[in-house]
Design a protein around this ligand. Structure first.
Ligand code: URP
Ligand code: ZN
Ligand code: ZN
Ligand code: ZN
Length: 510
């Protein structure tokens, strides 16, 4: 059997792929329980040309329509992963999953869209964007971009506007860590926050105190601790809490919404909880590794095993995981990402003598949906509709593409999964679809299984087989001024009028 992507020479294993040329542009998913964030109902879902055109019981169709039986199963929006790094040059190497292998893995795990981080080239956002568009040419699913801001000048400020108004980017990430490479100063963060606000773009932060991390690393090396455990010891939760608090306060000062990526500790989570309680618009994104793992793997005497868990902020000791789950279940944290950023054992071995040289990052793009279901729904912490909210809908709302994405509604894009709650999943490094040779979730089993993935109305995952074509993916532009910006202008007006009284007093006194 010939198939397109093996013939395209992208190096995907023969046994896990195939290409069906007989896929119809009309699709009927019959008899399932349709899950949206706002409700669940037993209904059929009818799709034409990549769009959902009907959601109701007992839809009758012609013979040329492809039928999928979903009786006893859930039919829900495909997952949206807000945080990935595919083909990213980082720490002297490049992530092993590119826009094809990473996306193939995502589709096998029920994720149909991801948002990746463009890294500027020599400080230029436009050049960085073009480079990522090129990397993404081999895409086979929906993708969008955030943009990192790594320096500040007039041209960066101007290019931010180009990104928002012409390129479909509505979020910018500021790294408060990685001193000497991506890290920015408070001064830059403030300017960035102001600029984001004026453009209606969401400011995102990697919140760790990079100066203190640098000191912490020296401290470990001086003590002779050079192994992977030194990574976690050098950047404890207090440094994540401090940076999270600082970013939150600066965002409050500017009066603009803030999105904290990869919330890994109780310390950071509590800062977000406090800010939200006071009414500040702060979004907290836990990632799968922080929700379901603890730091025990980092202490494994085998370097390859320990190094695969190295990411920043670090995976914390037991207790943080459960607290993050609870925060997610109560709405203190809003959506789940992966920070999928994979390096193989050879790349991780760059740091065999010095943990500071271990490329930071773990896998998760394929495992997120299953692990979140098993950890959150099967444990009774959240409902099935909450599952849809935290894996898809909330992400679509925050990045302003709802209800085109993140919903099974008439008019929405047909990015759909069929999920069997009575089946089971098992994760292994030898069976996963990522190119990396290790998996931080190796050996995990649980309830529930993504049996079918549909992207843009095309069945791409069924019977444990991928049918993906490089180049079939779609870039999804994301417009500015999401719901998070509602009321910002009123709060500004209130602030200005509150200045009137003291200013008047000052002038009458002098
Ligand atoms: O260790 C991590 N998280 N690697 C990816 C880059 C980042 O900080 O998100
Ligand atoms: Zn093949
Ligand atoms: Zn980060
Ligand atoms: Zn990341």
């Amino acid at each position: 059997q010939s198939n397109q992507f093996c013939d395209a020479g992208v190096g995907y294993p023969e046994s896990t792929c195939g290409f069906s040329s007989s896929s119809s542009s009309k699709l009927l998913i019959k008899g399932g329980t349709v899950l949206n964030a706002h409700q669940q109902e037993v209904a059929d879902v009818y799709v034409e040309d990549g769009i959902i055109v009907a959601v109701k019981p007992n839809i009758k169709v012609d013979e040329d329509v492809t039928l999928l039986d979903a009786t006893g199963k859930y039919v829900m929006p495909g997952g949206i992963d807000p945080h990935t790094h595919l083909a990213m040059e980082f720490m002297g190497t490049e992530t092993i999953d590119d826009f094809f292998s990473g996306q193939a893995a995502a589709l096998a795990g029920g994720t149909t869209k991801h948002i990746d981080f463009v890294i500027p080239v020599n400080g230029s956002l436009v050049t960085g964007f073009e480079a990522y568009k090129k990397k993404a040419k081999k895409s086979c699913m929906n993708y969008g971009f955030h943009m990192a801001i790594t320096k500040w000048d007039e041209s960066v400020s101007r290019e931010m506007e180009i990104m928002v108004k012409e390129k479909g980017i509505n979020s910018f990430k500021f790294f408060m860590a990685y001193k000497g490479s991506l890290m920015i100063s408070d001064e830059l963060l403030l300017q960035g926050l102001e600029r984001c606000k004026s453009l209606g773009a969401l400011a995102m932060v990697h919140a760790e105190n990079g100066d203190a991390v640098f000191e912490g690393q020296k401290r470990m090396i001086d003590l002779g601790i050079t192994g992977p455990e030194g990574h976690a010891l050098s950047r404890p939760p207090v440094l994540e809490g401090e940076a999270t608090a600082r970013a939150i306060r600066l965002a409050k000062f500017v009066n603009t919404p803030l999105y904290v990526v990869h919330v890994m500790s109780i310390d950071a989570m509590e800062e977000i909880a406090r800010a939200r309680k006071s009414g500040q618009k702060v979004i907290g994104e836990p990632v799968v590794s922080g929700l379901v793992l603890n730091d025990s793997g980092l202490w494994d005497p085998d370097f390859v095993t320990a190094a695969k868990y190295v990411m920043s902020p670090p995976i914390r000791e037991s207790g943080h995981d459960k607290a993050l789950q609870a925060a997610l279940s109560t709405g203190v944290l809003q959506l789940v990402g992966t920070d999928h950023c994979t390096f193989n054992s050879t790349q991780k071995a760059f740091g065999i003598d010095d943990f500071r040289k271990i490329p930071n990052g773990v896998n998760g793009i394929e495992e997120r949906m299953h692990l979140v279901w098993d950890t959150m729904v099967e444990s009774g912490q959240i409902s099935v509709t909450d599952f849809v909210r935290i894996t898809s809908t909330e992400c679509a709302r925050i990045f302003n593409i709802y209800p085109r994405k993140g919903a099974i509604l008439v008019g929405s894009d047909a990015d759909i999964i069929i999920f069997n709650p009575n089946s089971s999943f098992e994760i292994s490094a030898s069976m996963h679809h990522s190119r990396t040779d290790t998996n931080v979730y190796d050996g995990r089993k649980g309830k529930g299984k993504v049996e079918v993935t549909i992207v843009g109305g095309r069945v791409v995952w069924q019977d444990n087989e991928l049918k993906v074509v490089p180049g079939s993916g779609k870039y999804i532009e994301m417009p500015p001024f999401s719901y998070l910006f509602n009321g910002i202008d009123k709060a500004d007006a209130k602030y200005l009028s509150s200045l009137q009284a003291p200013v008047k007093r000052y002038f009458t006194a002098s």
